[in-house]
Design a protein around this ligand. Structure first.
Ligand SMILES: [Zn+2]
Length: 269
């Protein structure tokens, strides 16, 4: 069920029915090659949470599109808010979710550039006492699902506006895909301009620009709506499995409470 479609009267009963689990679709607005809309991750995050909640009831929060996307500031259409603003915004959103009775908050990021951000955000949950748990969900496929999906893909390099994301948008909003604008070859391959440094274990924030300055990794041309539905369904099943585990999980909350109490007065162990 979608948060914004519930009435105020229905809300408490929905919290009870979902065991207080809220899925938060995180995405961003950024360039996705020549052929996909800037809202690609928003459409995918929303759809993934919607399909997962249909399999295992959870309340889906409205799209959170203001996340980490500083690496796309050089191309038109990006909305890249300041680092301190997105941290405070997500913290405020989580407090609002918990205030409405949902104590198990699941961050589902449809944007690869949020990998470190969401994990660091989860770590900051230990800074002060709270009565809710923030989970970061990365839907993991079973080996059987991996084997079912593998033969679908015709391209070896993928990751941004490539075969998979293009297929997902063909499944969700085909009217927004301009496949004839996807470049014939080359542009979606990494430029490897920082390869030697990366191989020596060196990381810099400019790494993505170093490889993919046009925000295109892969080849969108072999994409189909059918592949997109298969991928989205598999991801939704994996996320629904995670939600089932989260509903049963009492340990994380107990450990947090124990930790918060101990943190008030640190004592030798
Ligand atoms: Zn994307």
């Amino acid at each position: 069920m979608l948060w914004q479609e519930l009435t105020g009267d229905e809300f408490p009963e929905s919290v009870r029915q979902t065991h207080g689990v809220c899925l938060v679709p995180l995405s961003c607005i950024e360039r996705h090659g020549h052929h996909l809309p800037t809202g690609t991750d928003m459409f995918i995050g929303r759809e993934l949470c919607r399909r997962a909640a249909a399999l295992e009831p959870a309340i889906v929060f409205p799209d959170v599109i203001y996340t980490q996307i500083l690496e796309a500031r050089h191309v038109p259409g990006t909305i890249a808010l300041d680092a301190d603003v997105i941290m405070r915004l997500l913290d405020n959103i989580c407090r609002e979710i918990a205030r409405n009775g949902l104590k198990k908050i699941v961050l589902v990021s449809a944007h690869g550039g949020n990998h470190h951000f969401v994990r660091y955000f989860a770590q900051t949950q230990l800074a002060s006492t709270r009565d809710y748990v923030v989970y970061v969900a990365d839907p993991i496929f079973t080996p059987e699902t991996e084997a079912e999906l593998a033969p679908l893909w015709e391209t070896e390099v993928d990751g941004h506006a490539g075969e998979q994301e293009t297929s997902q948008i063909l499944a969700i909003r085909p009217d927004l895909v301009q496949l004839d604008r996807a470049p014939a070859a080359g542009e979606g391959l990494p430029l490897d301009r920082l390869k030697a440094l990366n191989e020596a274990g060196l990381y810099t924030g400019i790494w993505w620009y170093g490889d993919h300055p046009t925000h295109y990794r892969g080849d969108g041309r072999p994409a189909t709506a059918e592949k997109g539905h298969r991928l989205l369904d598999a991801q939704a099943q994996a996320l629904a499995r995670a939600v089932r585990l989260i509903k049963q999980d009492q340990t994380t909350s107990q450990l947090q409470q124990e930790f918060f109490q101990a943190s008030e007065r640190p004592a030798p162990l």
